[in-house]
Ligand binder design. Structure first.
Ligand code: CO
Length: 198
């Protein structure tokens, strides 16, 4: 079992490796950040945002929650989007779901789990909306993972934050992708929205 000390040791090695590759990186990043990507992903430990994209510190602004949801009254997520779009001026917002998502599975199973039920209700609404498509699916969970991502892309495009950015001709795209736990690969769902499609 790893302890806090193990993690602190790993961190020293990690920082040293980065220093060796780019001796100025930490110095530059300590002054400011200018990431081009906002990543909205699942909290699942198996989908570490920048790591699966081979990105380093400073490249991804990140928000994660259970089942990568963008809910219209979630001040936490909306604040992240607002800061990313209006202050950092990210160019790409990526919603990343993952196959085998426990949150999506729990919503499909529809068994009471306590506090989290209120959160999962957002997925259950989409499940109801897509019930006819899902009923003909062999792998309902995987398809629902994809449909859930697609829904969040639409939700982001629907925020006043993103609508205003597009109205002001700010360069900004919203993408939907899915991570495959079994292969480590990302799949583009081809549901990108930009100013032209808004
Ligand atoms: Co998940």
């Amino acid at each position: 079992m790893k302890t806090l000390n193990d993690i602190l040791e790993s961190n020293k090695n990690w920082a040293k490796n980065i220093q060796n590759k780019d001796s100025e990186l930490f110095k530059r990043l300590s002054k400011a950040q200018s990431p081009e990507f906002l990543w909205i992903g699942c909290s699942d430990s198996r989908v570490p945002a920048s790591e699966v994209c081979g990105a380093g510190p400073g490249e991804f602004f990140v928000h994660r929650n259970i089942a990568n949801l963008v809910v219209e009254n979630d001040l936490n997520c909306l604040s992240v989007i607002q800061y990313a779009v209006e202050a950092l001026k990210v160019k790409e917002i990526i919603v990343c779901g993952h196959y085998g998502c426990g949150g999506v599975q729990a919503a499909l199973d529809d068994k009471p789990l306590g506090l989290i039920d209120g959160w999962l209700e957002n997925i259950k609404t989409t499940i109801k909306e897509k019930s006819s498509e899902l009923s003909s699916c062999e792998d309902k969970t995987s398809r629902m993972v994809e449909l859930n991502v697609e829904k969040q892309v639409a939700n982001i495009a629907n925020t006043e934050i993103v609508k205003n950015a597009w109205k002001n001709n700010q360069e900004l795209r919203v993408h939907g992708i899915v991570y495959d736990l079994a292969s480590g690969l990302l799949k583009d769902l081809g549901v990108t929205l930009d100013q032209a499609q808004a």
